[in-house]
Design a protein around this ligand. Structure first.
Ligand code: NI
Length: 216
């Protein structure tokens, strides 16, 4: 590092030790990424597919709906639920996922009559029932928005193996412009309250509708 330090900033050429340092840093980053991928495979619903670990996904929750009423997993018994975890300030993935889910229900037509689209907020600090009430009709007239205390939301997310975390916690939190990093699966839950299948946010509406038609 001494040769590099001797050069003026901006024009320095990496010395051998600096290249070694970069190689080590790159190896550490690769290991971290590998660890994250393995972690998601083991603990997330994503990579392994639903057939091997369906029992691990889903479970009881208590939340508040967009009318301020207490809602539990039992509230939806008797209906299929198309369940998504997101937040109203999400700039991209949530609106795209919810619009795709709307398309899915439109494609299913009458078959979708027994399906309730639901969004659980992973940003309960900002997503009040009133805010959800204004947001969800943009994506479906039947859509139910759910929020709750941070503990209630964490419990629901845990049940469905949903990862979420504020980005830029701290200063960004003060001006209310923070983002929330979150997994973006949509879950199909059966009339008995049991998890059936989950869908990536990248899946097309036609393919997803065909799959759900098979599962109903
Ligand atoms: Ni989002």
């Amino acid at each position: 590092m001494t040769t590099a330090n001797a050069s003026s900033p901006g024009t320095e050429k990496p010395g051998a030790s600096k290249i070694n340092g970069i190689a080590v840093a790159a190896a550490v980053v690769l290991l971290l990424i590998a660890g994250l991928l393995i972690g998601r495979q083991w603990f997330g619903p994503g990579a392994t597919g639903p057939s091997t670990d369906t029992a691990a996904i889903g479970g009881p929750f208590t939340l508040v709906d967009h009318d301020g009423q207490t809602v539990t997993d039992e509230t939806f018994l008797g209906s299929y639920v198309l369940l998504y975890f997101g937040y109203t300030y999400c700039p991209d993935v949530c609106p795209a996922s919810l619009a795709r889910n709307r398309q899915v229900l439109d494609i299913l037509g009458e078959k979708a009559d027994g399906i309730v689209p639901v969004m659980v907020s992973v940003d309960p600090a900002r997503d009040t029932p009133d805010l959800l009430k204004a947001y969800v009709p943009h994506f479906h007239p039947k859509m139910v928005g759910l929020t709750g205390t941070p503990e209630q939301v964490a419990e629901a997310a845990r049940a469905y193996k949903v990862y979420f975390a504020r980005v830029g916690e701290g200063e960004a939190e003060d001006d209310g412009t923070y983002l929330v990093d979150h997994s973006a699966f949509t879950y199909l839950v059966g009339p008995d309250g049991d998890y059936i299948q989950h869908f990536s946010h990248t899946m097309g509406a036609e393919a997803m509708a065909a799959k759900i038609a098979d599962l109903l």
